[in-house]
Every structure is written in structure tokens, then in C-alpha cells.
Design a protein around this ligand. Sequence first.
Ligand SMILES: [Zn+2]
Ligand SMILES: [Zn+2]
Length: 107
Amino acid sequence: MNTKKKSRSLLKLVWHVLTAPFWAVIGIVWLLVRLVRFIDGVGTAIAVMRPEVLCPAGHANHTEGVFECGYCGGRYRGSVWICPLCQSPAKHFPCNQCGLSIRPPVL
Ligand SMILES: [Zn+2]
Ligand SMILES: [Zn+2]
């Protein structure tokens, strides 16, 4: 009885030792994913907050001003990236010089 209990606790210990690296790897991967997402989020936030954005041809466009929403058709003053009337995010907007579509840094 006693030896059976002992061997079971030993088995438990071996199991913990064997599974510990597995959980450590899971933990590290989880931390890395969170870190990458955090850095990505900060980069996106900084890019969205920039007052100017470059079109594919290199023309500078203001991201703050008067824009027309492609979803609800409303005209508003604010950020080009999000419509304050319908809360829709912009998929793209045309360059004020060459007309090429500029994608938001979020997408
Ligand atoms: Zn809208
Ligand atoms: Zn342009």
C-alpha cells in the first residue's frame, strides 16, 4: 500500500518534470505573441497619430482635415482614418496630388 502510494507520487513527480519544459515553451510563446502584438499595436498607434502620410508615389497627405466618408457619405472634420458619424474605419483614401489610393497603417 505504502510503496504503491510512493510510486504514484514518484510518477506524478516524473510527469511534472516531463511536462514542465512543455509548459515553459507554451509560456514563452505566449509571452512572445503578447510582446509582438504590443509592439505592433504601439507602431500602429504611432502611425495613425502621424499628421501626414505618404502616398505610394511619395506625396505627403494630411490625415487631419475635412473628408467624405465612403460608407455613410457624410462630410466631417477630423481624422481621415475613422468617420465620427458612422465610426467606420477608412479602407483607403486618394492622394491629394496624384489620386493614388493610400491605405491606412492599420490594414
Ligand atoms: Zn461615415
Ligand atoms: Zn500622390
